[in-house]
Design a protein around this ligand. Structure first.
Ligand code: GLC
Ligand code: CA
Length: 551
């Protein structure tokens, strides 16, 4: 395999370790559990999903106030999840399965229990004081500026610490103090963290809030309009500061000293023109940058086409797209698309968005179309665990709520089978098992050719063998309302992908936009559609159907 092929052409699957598989009955997923489920992900045969890499959300020691995105030791494993030896074994077994391993790197903030912060808050003279952002109150005692936490429930991004009479900055919870990346000692220490995991054999990093690390060193106020519910304005002063690109170039140099490793950044800013800067002016920063447009828009063909076309137009030459339907911060794809879909476009906030409900049958049909979209676009697809079976958001009663920001429903345990613990645990699960687990689960779907899991397996396999899908060009064609259609082309082979976003049949007159009058059906989301020759003059696309046709 050529350098860089695996993260350009592979399918990457996000594992939320706490919810994937419990191996010891304590109700909490763990690393050994993940190792035991690698066959589901890729056993080298068509029986498995066939993914090429996993991204593990944080499994480091942490007080878990933000479920591991509050790290108290970057170079160890939380006892809930196992030990470093378990991690090494997971990497070894994953590699034997042909699965690369990406770990989460959380550089913007630590836990307030991290020894660095404990030292930093102990006195104004402590050598670690300058590792975090400390400032005097304003004369009236109020916080140094108007910056707010990305968790709406938190309010100000500053917390006063009476022990030393200053405020410290936290872009998220007050238990997550922001590091000061202007300090060279912080950079050095965090480079050590990257090397620690690279030396253990990880294949890459997902960089948490990669745009946050650098901010205005003068700590001036953000434009007040920012906090009035409009997706404006850039630039803001608490993130996306030019120095962040220096920091990311340093990361890249460090990674490039190893063989074929990669970094993907979570860049949570609205302006796509600023997001693409994270590839670097000469592609010398992040290998990949998440594109969250599919998560934040309604289920409409036009919205999806615009998002893809915008991405294709803005990407710097040589940069590679990334698409994703959901993650641990957003309602699950099936629940979101089953309703109106799309998240509000105000100030960027974490999670906290209720799914818009909707008929679950419709959500499941749309999840099939979404799967075809994700796996046939030009770019790297990221799947979220459970998405392959159409797992819906779980119901979490008020007395079981554990996340500050409403994200529990999308984090409920993986549904492996129809037993009471869903095959996830023999104990009491840390979050309730989804109410549909008896029917929507891996065991039930594995042998059902009509299931979403079977469609995912089919699409991933088909993609793996298709030059046009792996590496071909992308061009949107036809603009019939309700349908998103495009051509992928490589080495003289052409595919037409037609996705019907409506629940009524639509007709696509392919010759009207220069395509041949007939083709061959390769894959359809409708298990009843026969493969083989088909007329394209017009192509009849069924309600909520997606189809791939060879031209
Ligand atoms: C990222 C993570 C999210 C976390 C936040 C703070 O957005 O995906 O889960 O709460 O950063 O680390
Ligand atoms: Ca466990």
């Amino acid at each position: 395999m050529a350098r860089g092929d695996w993260w350009r052409h592979g399918v990457i699957y996000q594992v939320y370790p706490r919810s994937f598989q419990d191996s010891n009955g304590d109700g909490i997923g763990d690393l050994r559990g993940i190792t035991g489920r690698l066959d589901h992900l890729n056993d080298g045969t068509p029986a498995s999903l066939g993914v090429d890499a996993i991204w593990l959300s944080p499994f480091y020691p942490s007080p878990l106030t933000d479920f591991g995105y509050d790290v108290s030791d970057y170079c160890d494993v939380h006892p809930d999840y196992g030990t470093l030896a378990d991690f090494d074994e997971l990497v070894r077994q994953a590699h034997r399965h042909g699965i690369r391993v990406i770990v989460d790197f959380v550089p913007n903030h630590t836990s307030d229990r991290h020894p660095w912060f404990r030292a930093s808050r102990s006195s104004r003279d402590d050598p670690h004081r300058g590792w975090y952002v400390w400032r005097d109150p304003r004369p009236d005692g109020s916080p140094p500026n108007n910056w707010r936490s990305l968790f709406a429930a938190v309010g100000s991004a500053w917390t006063f610490d009476p022990a030393t009479g200053q405020y410290y900055l936290h872009s998220f919870r007050r238990e997550q103090p922001d590091l000061d990346w202007w300090n060279p000692e912080v950079r050095e220490a965090m480079h050590g963290v990257l090397r620690f995991w690279l030396d253990r054999g990880v294949d890459g990093f997902r960089i948490d809030v990669a745009h946050k690390m650098a901010r205005d060193p003068d700590l001036l106020d953000n434009p007040p309009e920012l906090y009035r519910g409009r997706p404006l304005p850039s630039p803001r002063r608490d993130e996306d500061w030019p120095e962040v690109h220096v920091i990311l170039r340093d990361f890249r140099r460090l990674l490039d000293a190893y063989d074929d490793r990669m970094a993907i950044g979570e860049v949570g800013i609205f302006d796509p023109a600023r997001v693409v800067r994270y590839f670097g002016t000469s592609l010398d920063e992040l290998h990949l940058v998440f594109n969250f447009s599919f998560v934040r828009q309604p289920w409409r063909a036009e919205a999806f086409r615009d998002a893809v076309d915008r991405c294709e137009a803005l990407l710097p030459a040589g940069a590679w797209p990334v698409y994703t339907l959901s993650n641990h911060d957003t309602p699950r794809a099936r629940s979101r698309y089953g309703g109106e879909g799309g998240l509000p476009q105000g100030e960027w906030v974490e999670g906290g968005m209720p799914p818009s409900g909707g008929d679950s049958g419709l959500g499941m049909r749309r999840a099939r179309v979404a799967a075809m979209l994700l796996l046939t676009l030009r770019g790297t697809p990221f799947l979220y665990y459970g998405e392959e079976i159409g797992q819906a958001d779980g119901e979490v009663p008020p007395d079981r709520v554990v996340d500050i920001d409403g994200r529990d429903p999308e984090r409920t345990p993986m549904q492996w089978d129809g037993t009471p613990g869903a095959g996830f645990t023999t104990g009491e699960p840390w979050l309730p098992i989804g109410s549909e687990a008896r029917t929507v689960n891996v065991a039930a779907e594995r042998d059902d050719p009509r299931s979403l899991l079977s469609l995912y397996r089919q699409l991933i396999r088909y993609r793996r063998g298709s030059r046009p899908l792996l590496a071909g060009t992308y061009r949107a064609v036809g603009h019939e309302p309700g349908i998103f259609s495009y051509v992928r082309e490589a080495g003289g082979r052409r595919l037409l992908v037609a996705l019907n976003f409506t629940s009524a049949p639509v007709r696509l007159d392919a010759p009207a936009f220069g395509l041949p009058p007939t083709g061959v059906v390769e894959v359809s989301t409708d298990p009843d559609r026969p493969s083989g020759p088909v007329s394209l003059a017009p192509l009849e696309v069924g309600p909520d159907e997606g189809v791939v046709v060879a031209l």
